[in-house]
Design a protein around this ligand. Structure first.
Ligand SMILES: [Fe+2]
Ligand SMILES: [Fe+2]
Length: 472
């Protein structure tokens, strides 16, 4: 198969020889990265996967058995109908750019590389999870997420190769050289260096961290640099699946926790082999507080510059806002002043990150309400999960200099240290969660800590053989 055929695309790859040559050099390095750092131990197995082979409704979700290294990582941009003008910032109403404007080159490259770096990072973070999958259904979903993060890397590398010349090619190589959690060559963002070594963490990661990705991609889908806008728009269609794996995975864990609590005569879910609700709450506190960092500083001149330059808009900039310059408006932000929380008026452009974080937080709150319905439905009326305040447990930004409880109240450090074990996973909690992570590979069967999903994948029954192991 020629490279052109092995990379499904709608960017007319075949007609650009220089780009083809660049990708031809990069592809073997990508594959050897995938073999080294992709899912460990399942590379020869047949996985029931969806592959995007075109952007239209019938082609973007083609299902078949495939060995992961044979997955066809494609390059797709959402087609644009008619002309588009930039929708925000100082350049609002100007025509979108098909090439990178010289003066924005550095900023744009940084935005693309930062987004790109998260894609292989998450594959690396998740590479051992297959060994403890709670079911074939979940195993298949994990691999689906992994190959699609691989495709997102391809999407970003395409932009680097096609629009940034030599330094783009160098960045593309470095994306395969950094490693999640590595002391010398770590991934760019902290959250993407945290190990994901149990499935509850995986579900929390796809719920909270991938969801940050959704909002970052949505902000970039507004970009004045049209190829970036169209690429990220198509990535969002795949991202929706990752988010559902997370939200629904937590929901199934919550369901089992609630049912086990009811079933046990002492109300002890752990005695029934489930993960108890207070432990799930700690995982929420940890992963949510880690994911909210990804939106960047609360008061940010960088974000203001990106917005002014037309590089990065707001979530649903066109649908939601009437005024697209964000000038002359203010944002009321809680800040600590003289040891007290007070509200400060920030020029809106400097609070763009915080506005995006607001959208994200309310989306997360919606999911928590859904989980609480599951708890109530199981018959528990005296326990509710809660999203912690965005000020809780922060390492960056204006809240990092202070300590807050999960409700967002200012507390002293000694109190935080004393209560930490009630709010965040302790070693004992981690050991317990790890102890129930036993693989369950029999079609249709589930590990004891998680409820079965309501339905299978794409009309297939739950006991479908989502992964066919190669007899070894
Ligand atoms: Fe992604
Ligand atoms: Fe994702």
């Amino acid at each position: 198969m020629s490279l052109q055929d092995s990379i499904p695309n709608n960017v007319d790859l075949g007609s650009d020889r220089k780009l083809m040559r660049a990708l031809q050099k990069w592809q073997p390095n990508f594959l050897s990265w995938w073999r080294d750092m992709g899912p460990e131990g399942f590379q020869e197995d047949q996985i029931w996967l969806r592959t995007a082979i075109s952007v239209d409704a019938s082609g973007w979700a083609h299902f078949d058995y495939v060995k992961m290294p044979d997955y066809r990582w494609g390059i797709f941009l959402t087609p644009r109908e008619g002309e588009r003008n930039i929708g925000f910032g100082d350049v609002a109403k100007e025509k979108v750019w098909e090439e990178v404007p010289g003066e924005l080159r550095g900023m744009l490259r940084r935005i693309i590389v930062t987004q790109a770096d998260t894609e292989p990072a998450s594959v690396e973070q998740q590479r051992l999870l297959g060994k403890t999958a709670p079911s074939l259904y979940d195993l298949r979903n994990l691999f689906q997420v992994n190959v699609e993060e691989g495709r997102h890397l391809w999407a970003m590398v395409y932009l680097l190769h096609a629009y940034f010349g030599r330094d783009g090619r160098e960045e593309a190589e470095e994306l395969l050289e950094r490693r999640s959690g590595d002391v010398d060559k770590p991934r760019i963002l902290t959250t993407f260096n945290e190990p994901i070594d149990d499935w509850l963490s995986f579900f929390m990661f796809t719920m909270f961290t991938d969801r940050d990705g959704k909002y970052q991609l949505a902000a970039l889908a507004e970009s004045g640099f049209d190829p970036l806008a169209r690429t990220t728009q198509f990535m969002l269609t795949e991202e929706a699946f990752h988010l559902s794996v997370g939200e629904y995975g937590v929901d199934r864990t919550v369901q089992r926790a609630a049912e086990a609590t009811i079933a046990d005569s002492n109300g002890d879910a752990r005695a029934q082999g489930a993960i108890d609700l207070p432990t799930i709450q700690k995982w929420i506190n940890f992963w949510f507080s880690s994911a909210v960092e990804l939106f960047g500083g609360e008061i940010s001149s960088n974000a203001a510059d990106y917005f002014a330059a037309g590089l990065k808009g707001r979530h649903h900039e066109q649908k939601k806002y009437e005024e697209h310059k964000a000038l002359g408006e203010i944002y009321a932000m809680p800040v600590v002043e003289n040891g007290k929380l007070t509200s400060q008026e920030i020029p809106l452009r400097n609070a763009i990150n915080e506005q995006l974080r607001d959208e994200y937080v309310s989306d997360c709150e919606r999911a928590v309400r859904r989980w609480n319905k599951t708890i109530a439905k199981a018959g528990i009326s005296d326990f509710e999960l809660k999203l912690p305040s965005r000020r809780f447990n922060r390492k960056m930004g204006i809240y990092a200099e202070h300590t807050f409880d999960p409700e967002g109240n200012l507390i002293d450090e000694a109190t935080f240290e004393k209560k930490k074990g009630e709010w965040l996973p302790t070693q004992e909690d981690r050991d317990y969660v790890q102890s129930v992570m036993k693989p369950c590979y029999e079609p249709g069967k589930m590990a004891g800590w998680i409820a079965p999903p309501r339905k299978g994948v794409k009309g297939k029954p739950l006991d479908f053989e989502y992964v066919k192991f190669t007899a070894s």
